[in-house]
Write a protein of this length. Sequence first.
Length: 102
Amino acid sequence: MTLGLGSQVSSPQGERPGLLLVQGGPGTGKTAVGLHRVTWLLDNNHFTADEVLVIGPHKGFLQYVRDVLPRLGSRSVSTVDVAQMWRGETWWSASRSLCFQY
């Protein structure tokens, strides 16, 4: 399912099967939608924090994620930047799926 910006408010909530793709230009709220979706999935017991991995483009973005998620009520969510994944530096177990389909 792909959501446009008009769906930004309702997109983090509700039952939706499959993957959720949020598209938009700079400053349109894509990160806010993603972080609220993570919180909704955790709050509604679809996943536990140790089953969620937020992958970001750089360390500054991930620091923002680590600051915001606890304010939304989500704690202990793991983060990693893309460069660490390509270099193989991530501790994330190979046995875990990096792409949860819900």
